[in-house]
Design a protein around this ligand. Structure first.
Ligand code: 9WO
Length: 256
């Protein structure tokens, strides 16, 4: 898997090489990461990559020619044809399914915008997919790009230390995660659920599935509505709801 990132801050994005699952993937040659600065492809001595917006208005816009020239360099450096993705608030939601889809390919190119945005003619001519990591406007596309890289790297076979982690990650089965506990046995007067202290792995697995179903029911009923539950999952959720009888139903999303 090779990921190329077009960014005005290559020294920032390439920090990913030193940490976490991306660093492990690179060290184990399961992942390649290359960063490209469009300033180096600008056809002026100043390395200018932005200019004032046509039609007026605040801020600057990233110019198309340096970005296009950089993409040509990327294409010359790769021996495959992969999607060009632009992180954007206007994009399709980036979710686990999309991460899985990207992880199954040979890679992709991420183009990170700055300023007020990128000249639309570059987007129309070169960008295959715009992806949003949330309804928020940031200072640039680099942080969303690094989120996309991390989410995909976790799914590459062998990158995670424990292969179960990727499959048991929350969202891998469309549900939120179950709660996690570790030492000390008591913290702030709170104990670890006794089920986790015994060695009954089947009972522990059922408890974790029940907690994941319950958490999804309470916090993200929209996700639950998209799940096809097995009979056992339906029974576990019904039991969870019955045990929560004194608590109102699905939360309104506010976690006060
Ligand atoms: C600015 C803006 C202002 C009002 C309404 C919408 C707006 N969109 C932008 C915008 O995209 N500004 C940029 C900063 C320029 C390109 C990169 N930037 C960015 C990407 N901000 N936030 C993102 C982003 C990307 C993916 N998922 C969520 C947010």
């Amino acid at each position: 898997m090779r990921i190329d990132v077009v960014t005005l801050f290559p020294e920032w994005v390439s920090q990913l090489e030193q940490f976490g699952v991306v660093g492990r993937g690179l060290r184990e040659s399961r992942l390649e990461l290359a960063c490209w600065n469009p300033r180096e492809a600008a056809d002026n001595a100043s390395g200018r990559v932005d200019d004032r917006p046509y039609g007026g208005g605040p801020g600057m816009v990233m110019q198309a020619p340096p970005l296009a020239a950089t993409l040509e360099r990327v294409r010359a450096a790769r021996n495959d044809s992969v999607p060009v993705i632009m992180p954007s608030p206007q994009g399709a939601p980036f979710d686990q399914a999309r991460a899985q889809q990207l992880a199954e390919g040979s890679g992709f190119v991420l183009v990170c915008g700055r300023y007020e945005g990128i000249d639309q003619r570059f987007v129309d001519a070169y960008v295959d997919m715009e992806l949003s990591v949330g309804d928020v406007v940031l200072s640039g596309g680099e942080l969303p790009a690094m989120m996309i890289i991390d989410a995909v790297a976790r799914l590459l076979s062998g990158v995670l230390g424990d292969s179960r982690s990727a499959t048991q990650d929350s969202f891998m089965n469309g549900l939120l995660d179950h709660p996690h506990y570790t030492r000390p046995p008591t913290f702030a007067g709170r104990d670890v659920p006794e089920v986790l202290l015994g060695g009954d792995h089947a009972r522990i697995a059922r408890w974790r599935e029940k907690q994941a179903l319950g958490a999804t029911w309470r916090r993200r009923p929209d996700l639950l509505a998209r799940c096809t539950l097995s009979d056992e999952q339906k029974a576990l959720l019904e039991a969870y709801i019955a045990e929560q009888a004194d608590v109102s139903g699905p939360a309104d999303g506010s976690y006060d």
